[in-house]
Design a protein around this ligand. Structure first.
Ligand code: PLP
Length: 886
């Protein structure tokens, strides 16, 4: 048996407040329940059953009687909400403002969820079947209350109850802070997946970090982005701190190696620093089911106690809390970078802290079932959302070999069968690498394990491809640079049994570019595609209730929210006059709502009858907001040169932008500044009037997206071909009857296949041509598009303020190779925008396009994704609550 000295896993014993799945004692002496004294020290499935059986019937009956019943009427809901306002929040009628009413409402719903949550966790423990663990460093959850109301089917009840108390439900919902624990698509995908896994009754847990500050709040001051902290935890009724579920996590230190009496190599990781991980649990309710899964977020705390009393007593007040502060820093901030890897030590610490705590938790739960290690992959599927959790691979290997004493090869076989890895990008700057010296310093034992994994892998490659010496260098986990680097994507790939991309084009690209050599080594079957999806509950039913109602009225109810493919039946109503009229009215009403948000936040008035053209997403050069704003300037110049007669024929347009730039991403911030400067000029130009408005909506987040997505006529998904892995907002806009202007990139391609080429506006160069075009820019004479040159002249003339502010943006295209092919795609972009202007004038045709688009979006449900993952990667079955089984 290997020594476990220095093992970071010094867990505390769970007690009553843990969910039942955690209340399973260690494998060991059988649990005997002392008469009349109930001590809850932890149970396995059989122990829970025997304890329950041993409780006398009268006590069981009393328990059942006293168990709170979920509210079902406005009065019962009102009772619960007021009780919480009075007793939990200590407020009363005279000082119950909207914030307090939100608190009471949220707590009433939380109580409801907890009853389902406890039951679900108990059922999953009893069933003892394979579970999914979804490891994601980001969960962009947004608000929880509206989602909880709709998923448990009690929004009407709450609406009436709140109205009796004098509150409007919309006002109450809007009191909630977004849980913005993510940057963009990757984090929101994780949130949609949690919703789908619960709705489809999969036994699944999410594991993440409980950042004290989510992504920063964005303010626009004088046209510039300013970042301010997001204090989202000020009041968060949705989490439960599990004081008793803690894991000690080790960093730094050194590794001792020796041979035991049998000559076997042993290893121990000693010394260093210990930080404590504390569990915070968030209930994840499924839609129209009582399944309520768990999201466990880890917070960090000093392992040594609150602060150093010795120092405090001797007057060193500040350093007495220093340990505490240093430890808490680990879970303090979400790194605000999207598709950029920066290699900071704190980030690596975050990754290990979260992976080690989660793995410890998963292993502990598994050990309580008493199964043999061989069965680990039959009971547990762990999905890595991008490379951020890759350290879970060497961590599991370490636990199995160093602590549990398994042979290396047996352990490695378990590891590979357990993990699946989702790749989210082929952008070189986003592929994670960690320097070997940093890893050596922070995680010395893990580095050794990574080297051993690499050695075994390279020996395997050498045996199979003896003549290809270069191959070894290309596929090695260690990059032979100065300093040497650990390539996390390779480690993730080698340690997983399946690797998937997130849209067909992207999955093809990873097979033919970054992982080409690995396809040769492992064969094609290791690689698969799962095209991303979105939850229709949040992105249609919650965000666009009127459209959801209208669809339900045509499809015999809301069943389509659980089987989105039923939407195809809407096509039968495409010629139904009443339906078409109502569809248009709903779109218009959603635009009115967005116009109000614009007015409230920017002060600008926009006409809802205009064509709403929207681009909201993280600000990044590859997403090409610069192409959009250059197009807007081109439009502005055209309007300025038009006669009054020509102007009358033009469709008025509102160009809406939104999105955050990473604080250190200067070029993305320059684009935000340019958009605001253009808006300042255009929106006040009398020659233009309503024909063009340019809006930058600050602080784009999930709750704003819920207002924005239903209000678009056109949304822009215009990344340079081959750069956007999937995109998911494209699906959200289409599901709400917005059409797309887009490149042949990411999921746009599959959206086109589903909705038909007539219902999407594609433009631009194809991914296969990008490399040649880039090469051409560098080595042959570079010809700028003439319309774009005109736009640049206008910028450089100072029309939009100091031209110097934008010179790097312009020069990046004119002089430095135009890496993102803005000029190459400009003409076709402008032409396509003109096609859109014409198409929009034909109201009837446009209506047909909208309806057909919605009715053909069935494929893009995240439920479909989860079923695909479950079948082709996880091999997990749903666990339907007994009373819901068909
Ligand atoms: C707040 C937020 N940010 C980013 C995204 C991802 O957008 P995209 O797929 O356009 O990159 C979404 C998707 O809905 C979102 O809600």
């Amino acid at each position: 048996m290997a020594s476990n000295a220095g093992a970071p896993a010094r867990e505390r014993r769970p007690s009553t407040s843990a969910p039942l799945s955690d209340l399973k004692g260690p494998i060991g002496p059988a649990f005997t329940r002392p008469k009349h004294k109930r001590t809850v020290t932890g149970f396995g499935p059989s122990e829970i059953k025997s304890v329950e059986a041993s409780i006398p019937e009268p006590q069981r009956e009393a328990w059942r009687k006293y168990t709170p019943k979920p509210f079902t009427t406005p009065e019962e809901f009102g009772n619960e909400a007021v009780r919480h306002v009075e007793t939990t929040l200590a407020r009363s009628l005279y000082n119950c403002d909207e914030t307090a009413a939100y608190g009471g409402t949220a707590l009433a719903f939380r109580d409801r969820l907890v009853l389902d949550w406890n039951k679900t966790q108990q059922n999953q423990t009893f069933a003892d079947q394979k579970r999914i663990y979804y490891l994601s460093l980001e969960f962009l959850m947004g608000r929880a209350l509206d989602n909880a109301m709709l998923n448990v089917g009690q929004k009407e009840t709450a609406t009436k109850g709140l109205s009796n108390l004098g509150f409007r439900i919309e006002d109450i919902i809007s009191q909630e802070h977004d849980a913005a624990l993510g940057n963009g698509g990757l984090g929101r995908l994780a949130a949609c997946f949690l919703d789908s896994m619960a709705s489809l009754n999969y036994p699944a847990w999410g594991y993440g970090l409980r950042y004290r500050y989510g992504i920063f709040k964005q303010e626009i001051i004088d046209g510039y982005q300013v970042e301010v902290p997001d204090y989202w935890l000020d009041f968060n009724p949705w989490e439960f701190q599990r004081h008793d579920i803690t894991v000690d996590i080790q960093f730094y230190g050194q590794v001792n190696r020796w041979q035991d009496d049998e000559g076997k190599q042993q290893c121990s990781w000693e010394g260093g620093e210990i930080v404590q991980a504390v569990a915070f649990d968030v209930p994840i309710p499924g839609y129209a089911t009582s399944t309520c899964n768990n999201l466990r977020l880890w917070g960090s705390k000093a392992a040594t106690g609150e602060f150093d009393f010795q120092k405090f007593n001797s007057g060193e007040y500040e350093s007495s809390v220093a340990d505490q502060q240093r430890a808490e820093t680990i879970s303090a901030v979400l790194y605000p970078n999207d598709n950029l890897e920066r290699g900071k030590e704190l980030r690596l610490k975050q990754q290990y802290f979260w992976c080690a705590a989660s793995l410890n938790d998963i292993v502990r739960r598994f050990k309580k079932t008493g199964r043999s290690w061989k069965e680990f992959p039959n009971q547990i599927a762990i999905q890595l959302n991008d490379t951020h959790p890759t350290l879970a691979i060497p961590e599991l290997q370490r636990i199995l070999v160093d602590i549990e004493g398994l042979e290396w090869d047996d352990a490695w076989s378990i590891v590979q069968k357990t993990f699946g890895y989702t790749n989210h990008t082929v952008l070189p700057e986003a592929l994670e690498k960690w320097s070997v010296p940093l890893m050596q310093h922070l995680l010395p034992r893990h580095l050794q394990i990574i080297y051993d994994i690499n050695l075994n892998f390279l020996q395997f490659v050498e045996r199979n491809f003896p003549k290809d010496r270069d191959l070894l260098g290309r596929v090695s986990i260690i990059e032979e640079s100065t300093p040497k680097m650990v390539r996390m994507a390779y480690l993730a790939l080698i340690g997983s049994h399946k690797v998937n991309g997130v849209a067909e084009l992207h999955s093809d690209l990873i097979r033919t570019t970054i992982f080409k050599d690995f396809v040769k080594i492992y064969g094609p079957d290791k690689f698969t595609n799962v095209t991303n999806g979105i939850t229709p509950r949040r992105w249609l039913h919650q965000a666009n209730p009127r459209l959801s109602e209208l669809i339900a009225s045509k499809l015999d109810g809301f069943g389509y929210l659980k089987d989105l493919t039923l939407l195809h039946k809407l096509e039968a109503f495409v010629d139904d006059k009443e339906f078409r009229k109502e569809f248009r009215e709903i779109k218009y009403a959603n635009k009115v709502k967005l116009a109000k948000l614009i007015k409230d936040t920017t002060g600008d008035t926009v006409n809802p009858a205009s064509l709403f053209d929207i681009q909201v997403k993280r600000m990044h050069e590859y997403k090409r907001q610069q192409l959009n704003i250059f197009g807007v300037i081109h439009r502005y110049l055209k309007i300025k040169s038009m006669s009054d007669e020509e102007k009358k024929k033009l469709v008025p347009r509102v160009s809406v932008f939104g999105g955050k730039a990473a604080p250190g991403y200067w070029m993305a911030k320059t684009v935000i500044h340019l958009i605001n400067q253009v808006g300042k000029v255009v929106n006040h130009d009398k020659d233009v009037g309503d024909l063009l408005k340019v809006i930058f909506l600050e602080d784009y987040n999930v709750s704003k997206a819920e207002i924005i997505c239903p209000a678009s006529d056109i949304s822009e998904h215009i990344s340079t071909a081959g750069t956007e892995a999937s995109g998911t907002s494209n699906m959200k806009f289409c599901l709400n009857g917005g059409l797309i202007i887009g490149t042949c990139d990411g999921a746009n391609i599959e959206i086109t296949r589903e909705v038909g080429e007539d219902n999407i506006f594609l433009f631009g160069n194809l991914a296969e041509d990008v490399e040649d075009l880039r090469h051409g820019h560098l080595y042959s004479h570079y010809q700028l598009d003439p319309d774009l040159a005109n736009v640049f002249d206008t910028i450089q003339s100072g029309t939009f303020g100091d031209a110097g502010s934008f010179s790097a943006l312009v020069n990046g295209i004119v002089e430095h190779g135009d890496y993102y092919l803005v000029s190459d795609d400009f003409a076709s972009y402008i032409k396509t925008q003109e096609v859109i202007d014409e198409a929009y004038k034909n109201v009837e045709e446009w209506t047909t396009k909208m309806i057909l688009t919605v009715s053909r979006m069935g494929f893009f449900s995240s439920d479909r994704c989860i079923d695909e993952y479950a079948e082709s990667i996880w091999n997990v079955e749903p666990l339907v609550p007994k009373d819901e089984a068909a």
